[in-house]
Design a protein around this ligand. Sequence first.
Ligand code: ADP
Ligand code: CDP
Length: 646
Amino acid sequence: MEFLDLPPMLGAAGTVRLPGSKSISNRVLLLAALAEGETEIRDLLLSDDVERMLDALQTLGVCWERNGDSLDYRVRGVGGPFPVKHAELFLGNAGTAFRPLTAALALSGGEYRLSGVPRMHERPIGDLVDALRALGADIMCTANEGYPPLHLRPASIRSGGVVRVRGDVSSQFLTALLMALPLTGVETTVEVVGELISKPYIRITLELMARFGVQVEQHGWERFVVPGGARYRSPGTVFVEGDASSASYFLAAGAIGGGPLRVEGVGRASIQGDVRFAEALEQLGARITMGDNWIEAAAPAEGGLKAFDLDLNHIPDAAMTLAVAALFADGPCRLRNIASWRVKETDRIAAMAIELRKVGAQIEEGEDYLVVTPPARLQPAAIDTYDDHRMAMCFSLVTLGGCRLRINDPRCVNKTFPGYFDVFGQVARAVPVVAIDGPSASGKGTVAARVAEALGWHCLDSGSLYRLVALAAMRAGIALDDEAGVAAIAADLPARFENGLILLAGEDVSDAIRSETCSVGASKVAVLGQVREALLDRQRDYRIGPGLVAEGRDIGSVVFPDAGVKVFLTASAESRAERRYKQLMEKGMPANIQSLLKDLQERDARDAARPVAPLVKLPDAVLLDTTERSVDEAVAFVLDLVRAGG
Ligand SMILES: Nc1ncnc2c1ncn2[C@@H]1O[C@H](COP(=O)(O)OP(=O)(O)O)[C@@H](O)[C@H]1O
Ligand SMILES: Nc1ccn([C@@H]2O[C@H](COP(=O)(O)OP(=O)(O)O)[C@@H](O)[C@H]2O)c(=O)n1
């Protein structure tokens, strides 16, 4: 499976220009298609769900064109039902395309087949189908009653009167019906059965219908009257607001990661209900400021985020972000009235519970609620995303707790926000890493320790891990070429670094691992792929704020490929042998310069030739040859690179 490894983050701040709203994009496209006249749509969202709608409209005989590579589209409305009367539409997992098109096509007098991905076929549509059947539509659920795929056939529509639709499973059923009803040309009253959920989405629908010339008469949230003789007319140009649900990740990032973090494209003047996510965040203590077209979030003035108990029915999508923000609160947090999560891209309550537990949270899961108790310390984990863009996006916030995280199948974000992880990476500051790689005795350990001290950062001597593995394997009587045996030792190495000492099962082995036997042994176990793999996470755990200086052979290539500064430190073999000789003499350890040189050349050759993680100078690493340079000069050189920002 494809995955994305996110580094631990120190904080987040900056400005993000949001992609267009999915809800608005797909509604505006459908309204523009059904309207009389041409509509210019500016800042349309470019994403999978919108592609599904654009493809479907084209198949149905609606002409549209994109202005070059811009986000501006021109749609030539058909001024009534769709002209193409026979079509098969594949709509992926796009609920915002599937539901409204079902209603519009049911009233278009043609024969249509609508299908999607397997998950789409598990998402209920029965309430909408029932309402449309009550109007006379001929709709068959070809697999399971109440679920896509659907087969629509021409039928005489009994327009007018009252049609009832359930509002307590998905508000998209009501949206779909309202948007399609003007096609009948007759006044129709829609009565909502059950408590309407996600009301703000209905507000978006009504607002956009009004912009296209159809004023729905609203009686509370129970009755809506679509007037007779109403026809959609293009308003000319429509600007798509930024996506308020997508804004939630960045606002939460500002609240968790310091901020201030500003999102542009939504604000006080927004028609999207999810802007109220900002209010929820405010209740957690975040500092929120707002303009007409922007919102900014920063961490509480004092302390961390506060625990919460909130009814989130009005912001079901953005509420997922709060479930992850809860990991940073000062106590258990309750998310209430979120039953609609169960019929979204995945069963989001179940998925959220499983994944939040992976990072250490305690979870209580109910039919329509979730209680999240944050862990004392977040744990790195591989997060499954269930083909759900929001799972992927909201979990990225975990990294703001200084915790690295793997996101499986990260491309699911394409549904609504294709560039999400790049944008997140621009505002979130990764814990910085200086990677120093190079051959034996080139001075990596010495330089790394000095640089780390000067910066006040942590230091990792990765070679000592390979040395420890060799020592532990030799002591356990395991042959150094027994890959599985040595890897098992590496996976469970009882080693600690404390007060400048290196301890193996509590015993000080700082000098023992520097012996020639351990040097040769380390070089041998280092060629084993499984051993390297077993030590990978252990090395990555050293990436802790404010920063890390790590040295070895594959730090810049494998362990921390995203390191901001990469140095390839080297010196001639003769001077390295001489340095190592002096070093051993100072420690009172026996040595012979000729055999040191030979041994060092052999190890260099082994390190450079091995198939896994060989020692190479990467194109993005800066070469530092210290044959003619002192330690002080080498340290100053690296510090200059760090200060210059890599
Ligand atoms: N630029 C340099 N000039 C002279 N001696 C150096 C230089 N860099 C390191 N040394 C010395 O060489 C020895 C080996 O360095 P070390 O940091 O252990 O290398 P590595 O970690 O690359 O094996 C140490 O005694 C160190 O003081
Ligand atoms: N990141 C690393 C670090 C060390 N090693 C191996 O571990 C051995 C000991 O590493 P070290 O850095 O302590 O070795 P010296 O450079 O001090 O001789 C090296 O000879 C390498 O083969 C590695 O393969 N990858």
